[in-house]
Design a protein around this ligand. Structure first.
Ligand code: IMP
Length: 324
């Protein structure tokens, strides 16, 4: 799909306001970095905050390590937790450390364990924001919202390092899930998660009804993402980016691999994430202005999708005539 350009009176991108969300989760840049061990620890989370977004510190660590990653103050902190195992102890410790945004981070979020976990969190703490997921259907979105989630991560099987659809045959193209879930009459905010490759995809996700997008690969491979830079024999620099259900991540985390629904790969080293976030911000603003919209809500009411053909898709990628 593409978005149809519309008449605009916007003179400068400065007129476009990207703030999104409500009350307990309002961001001036609608981007959240993924709770993955090659994406978000202290460096990424604090930089996301600096740009008006949010970083969710991953949970593939000991409680002490996670608290340590959240202990550097001055930024809005969110943490990821699981829905079983040490999650009560972990959430208690995080709460005591001042964390008020909790991300219940489960591959198949439309699950009784998530229902119970949200219930328990709500019992313990009255002043927290709960992000939960992942889900792919309207029924699931409504249920998580009814169970008490303030925001729901939408997208199953679409991540760049994800092999869920190959391994299990399950999933829904992320844009379709976002379109379906955005029809909800419930209150939860919608986070489009997985498969976002560029700012155009972010603009489309927001047009489809997402309040925020969650990014993994777009932010990985940077100075602010965890892990070291290494040089290959051809002199090029890389960093590791891996799915949290990859063999490598699971073995590092718990010593064995149980389910394999992700891969581990390398991506070119990109330097600091700051120019990337700057460019994303500018391009998303441009995106809104092509629809003549000065705010996300105006954009969502105006945006018009069109279906493109395969020929259109080829034309949409940069291409030059190669005359031989
Ligand atoms: P990306 O932005 O396309 O790289 O996708 C990132 C998203 O992939 C994350 O926010 C998760 O929702 C999802 N994800 C992370 N690890 C795995 C995995 O091992 N298998 C499947 N999905 C994953």
């Amino acid at each position: 799909v593409l978005l149809s350009p519309q008449e605009s009176s916007i003179i400068s991108r400065q007129e476009v306001d990207l703030s999104s969300g409500r009350e307990n989760l309002k961001l001036s840049l609608p981007i959240i970095s993924s709770p993955m061990d090659t994406v978000t620890e202290t460096g990424m989370a604090s930089t996301m905050n600096l740009f008006g977004g949010l970083g969710v510190i991953h949970r593939y660590n000991s409680i002490e390590e996670q608290i340590e990653m959240c202990s550097v103050g001055g930024w809005r902190r969110a943490a990821a937790i699981g829905a079983s195992g040490d999650f009560i102890e972990r959430s208690q410790a995080l709460y005591n450390a001042g964390i008020r945004i909790f991300c219940l981070d489960v591959a198949h979020g439309h699950h009784v364990l998530i229902k119970e976990a949200i219930g328990e969190l709500k019992n313990f703490f009255t002043d927290i924001t709960i992000v939960a997921g992942n889900v792919a259907t309207l029924d699931a979105f409504n249920d998580l919202s009814d169970w008490g989630a303030d925001a729901v991560r939408v997208g199953i099987g679409g991540g760049s390092i994800c092999s869920t659809r190959i391994q299990t045959g399950h999933g829904i193209p992320t844009l379709q899930s976002v379109l379906d879930c955005s029809a909800s009459d419930r209150n939860a905010m919608l986070i489009a998660d997985g498969g976002i490759k560029n700012s155009g995809d972010i603009v489309k996700a927001i047009a489809a009804g997402a309040d925020f997008v969650m990014l993994g690969s777009l932010l990985a491979g940077t100075d602010e993402s965890p892990g070291s830079v290494f040089e290959s024999s051809n002199g090029k620099k890389y960093k590791v980016y891996r799915g949290m259900a990859s063999v490598e991540a699971q073995v590092d985390w718990r010593g064995e691999a149980r389910s394999l629904e992700g891969i581990s790969t390398t991506i070119p080293y990109k330097g600091s994430v700051k120019p990337i976030l700057d460019a994303l911000r500018q391009n998303i603003k441009s995106g809104l202005s092509y629809s003549g919209a000065r705010s996300i809500s105006e954009f969502q009411s105006k945006a018009k999708f069109i279906l493109q053909t395969t020929a259109g898709q080829l034309e949409s990628n940069t291409h030059i005539l190669n005359v031989k």
